[in-house]
Ligand binder design. Structure first.
Ligand SMILES: [Zn+2]
Ligand SMILES: [Zn+2]
Length: 147
């Protein structure tokens, strides 16, 4: 057991190694345990540096409606399933969880020159659908109009 540095409550460290906050506090500030790095060990494209600061960027949104002053902070994803509201239901992607993100982003900032490189953690699990504003562009697909 560890003590949360934010709410002073106890939490199990299993799966949260290195974090100083409990799951509840983590959810409030959008902090999750770091997923494994996805970038291949190539040097910086600009200066050939081999040392980087890796970061999971977060996005901040203000809720509207019932929770006027609530701020939400979450890891940044390429796309999100839309939330159904006001009777508008997204039939095609109904099985997707509302607010679920796909394609978690990570950035690598070169220690030497500061160049920032974006990477996506689970590219192949991103659903391809216009409602998510995602599209598969395969330059090797002979049927593709994008060749
Ligand atoms: Zn806490
Ligand atoms: Zn560099």
């Amino acid at each position: 057991m560890a003590t949360c540095a934010y709410c002073k409550g106890y939490f199990y460290e299993h799966g949260r190694e290195g974090l100083s906050m409990c799951e509840g506090c983590g959810t409030r500030v959008g902090v999750i345990p770091m997923p494994p790095a996805s970038r291949p060990p190539n040097p910086c494209a600009r200066c050939s540096g081999r040392k980087f600061v890796r970061c999971i960027p977060r996005e901040h949104t203000s809720a509207t409606g019932g929770e006027m002053n609530a701020q939400h902070t979450n890891p940044m994803f390429l796309t999100h399933a839309a939330e159904a509201h006001h009777g508008w239901v997204l039939n095609h992607v109904k099985e997707l969880d509302a607010r679920k993100g796909f394609g978690m982003l990570e950035v690598y900032a070169c220690w030497n020159c500061g160049a920032v490189e974006w990477h996506c953690l689970d590219v192949r699990n991103i659903p391809i659908h216009p409602d998510l504003m995602t599209q598969l562009i395969d330059y090797d697909d002979t049927e593709s109009p994008y060749r």
